[in-house]
Design a binder for this molecule. Structure first.
Ligand code: ZN
Length: 273
């Protein structure tokens, strides 16, 4: 369904860390970028094994499993560290403080990224979007997951809904690189919300087989998320009706429906298979 990203000579690899995190390694065979290195060890090992020079570290938000390895990598390699200006004091050690609309122009490897502020999971959370190489890349940390979204630790449901709508409006074929391997559990919840959605059912079947082979479920695509992700579908009549029924909502206010959907997921435990 989704081939590993490999266009214009740019390789993007998932480096597993902790229980279910991914560090994303982007490289051209010589120079490298790492996104959200919560742990320096898998990044250092990959750089060494592939003979790569780390040039940039991109951080999406301040949670330790996303930033914990940054200072070690910075000290070992001299890489430039980019992160959200709004969380600079929590993260520490940033060379480049980023806000909405800023561009990160890297020459080695060649990659231009635009910064999107997407508060909700944390208040200063940012994403990095590259229009090139085609079909476009999105590194969205813990805001958008495949078939799910991050918990609302700091922001409001309205903020998260707006952030997700912004990501959903990116070009349909944009490849989506998330911070965690949560897809299977998310799809089980998605199926609970939309039992008759054939695409969710097919995705569950597919991703279960991939995970049995220890293969990452990511990247996803924006167009796929629009079809299977209940948090991008909370204004669809079928999802709205399911949430209103579950939460016994009287009105169909979009923010209240989204908030109730997020609460439903917070209390949801996938059936053990
Ligand atoms: Zn987080």
């Amino acid at each position: 369904m989704i081939p590993p990203q490999n266009s214009n000579g740019l390789q993007i690899e998932a480096l597993p860390a902790f229980v279910d995190n991914y560090l994303w390694l982007i490289h051209d065979g010589v120079d490298a970028i790492v996104v959200d290195p919560g742990d320096a060890v898998p990044a250092s090992r990959a750089l060494q094994e592939r003979g790569l020079q780390l040039r940039a570290i991109l951080l999406t938000h301040h949670h330790p499993v996303h930033v914990g390895g940054a200072s070690t990598l910075k000290a070992a390699t001299g890489a430039q560290v980019y992160g959200p200006a709004a969380e600079a004091d929590k993260i520490g050690g940033l060379h480049h403080l980023l806000s909405d609309g800023d561009n990160v122009d890297l020459s080695a490897p060649l990659l231009q990224l635009e910064v999107l502020e997407i508060p909700g999971h944390t208040l200063g959370h940012i994403a990095y979007h590259a229009a090139q190489p085609a079909p476009g890349l999105l590194f969205c940390g813990d805001t958008l997951f495949s078939a799910g979204c991050g918990r609302l630790f700091e922001g409001s449901p309205q903020q998260m809904l707006t952030s997700l709508q912004r990501l959903a409006a990116l070009p349909a074929s944009t490849a989506v690189y998330c911070g965690h391997e949560y897809t299977l559990a998310n799809l089980q919840f998605a199926q609970t919300v939309e039992p008759d959605n054939a695409e969710i059912k097919a995705a569950l079947h597919e991703i279960r087989a991939w995970r049995d082979d220890n293969r990452p479920s990511l990247p996803s695509r924006i167009e796929r998320e629009r079809r299977i992700n209940p948090f991008l579908r909370s204004t669809e009549p079928v999802v709205r009706a399911a949430v209103m029924r579950h939460a016994a909502l009287k009105g169909d206010n979009a923010t209240e429906v989204f908030a109730a959907l997020r609460q439903w997921k917070d209390g949801y435990r996938p059936p053990s298979v």
